[in-house]
Ligand binder design. Structure first.
Ligand SMILES: Nc1ncnc2c1ncn2[C@@H]1O[C@H](COP(=O)(O)OP(=O)(O)OP(=O)(O)O)[C@@H](O)[C@H]1O
Ligand SMILES: O=C(O)c1ccc[n+]([C@@H]2O[C@H](COP(=O)([O-])O)[C@@H](O)[C@H]2O)c1
Length: 197
């Protein structure tokens, strides 16, 4: 079984997440995509972060009935007590030894990954699929991490076998782009008086 992992704060979930997941599901020939709702991104401030239960419920509601229920939302990071991706992956690989995981992320994720805890271990554990995001693509593709990982980049035409590749392996998967962000949604909710107290 092949599973794409889309880690995120989902504060709140939006169309960009759903498009990314659906695209990855199809192009990487995945059986499922799991939305890993983060208990707290180590690089993001706690202030302004909606409660875990609300974010999880938001994702569940948004993805219900999409793609024949191949999209799932989970709070497994809270349950197993991990916050750093390197720890989460280690545990997931142990818990599901027969699953072939692929880490999914937008281009902003690759651009920032040099600040993640033990990012080199992460790329040695699972293949990565990076999807484009307006404003971040050149920075991601020509940035430090992409340069360091250049020899392991696979052409997009090999996306369908990425899940079976021995890591390190990654693709930049062409896809229609959507400029939406959770930051923008929160700003608009605040402007319309729907912000949290
Ligand atoms: N519009 C988008 N296009 C492509 N990828 C996206 C988009 N929005 C989010 N992602 C990806 O989805 C994952 C989870 O993102 P996250 O929950 O942080 O949403 P966000 O909109 O970036 O939030 P915020 O604006 O609060 O930082 C990350 O890998 C991110 O790169
Ligand atoms: O492990 C880390 O150091 C690390 C640092 C920043 C982000 N992450 C993960 O990256 C994913 C995207 O986070 P976010 O908040 O940008 O949606 C989510 O699964 C986070 O836990 C992980």
């Amino acid at each position: 079984m092949r599973v794409g992992l889309l880690g995120g704060s989902f504060n709140p979930v939006h169309e960009g997440h759903v498009q990314l997941a659906c695209r990855a599901l199809r192009e990487l020939k995945l059986d499922q995509v799991w939305f890993l709702v983060s208990p707290g991104n180590p690089l993001k401030p706690v202030a302004g972060m909606a409660p875990m239960a609300d974010r999880l419920a938001g994702v569940r509601h948004r993805i219900r009935d999409i793609q024949g229920r191949k999209l799932l939302a989970t709070d497994i990071e809270s349950r197993i007590g991990t916050r750093y991706t390197v720890d989460t992956l280690r545990r997931l690989k142990r818990l599901f030894p027969h699953v072939r995981f692929v880490w999914l992320m937008g281009a902003d994720g690759l651009a920032q990954m040099g600040r993640w805890r033990r990012w080199r271990d992460i790329v040695g554990m699972v293949p990565l699929a990076v999807l484009p995001r307006p404003g971040y693509n050149p920075g991601a593709l020509h940035g430090r991490i992409a340069r360091r990982l250049a020899q392991w980049r696979r052409p997009a035409r090999e996306a369908g076998i990425l899940a079976t590749c021995r890591p390190p392996a990654w693709v930049f998967l062409p896809a229609p782009q959507n400029a939406i962000s959770a930051t923008q949604i929160r700003a608009s909710q605040a402007a319309h008086g729907h912000g949290r107290e």
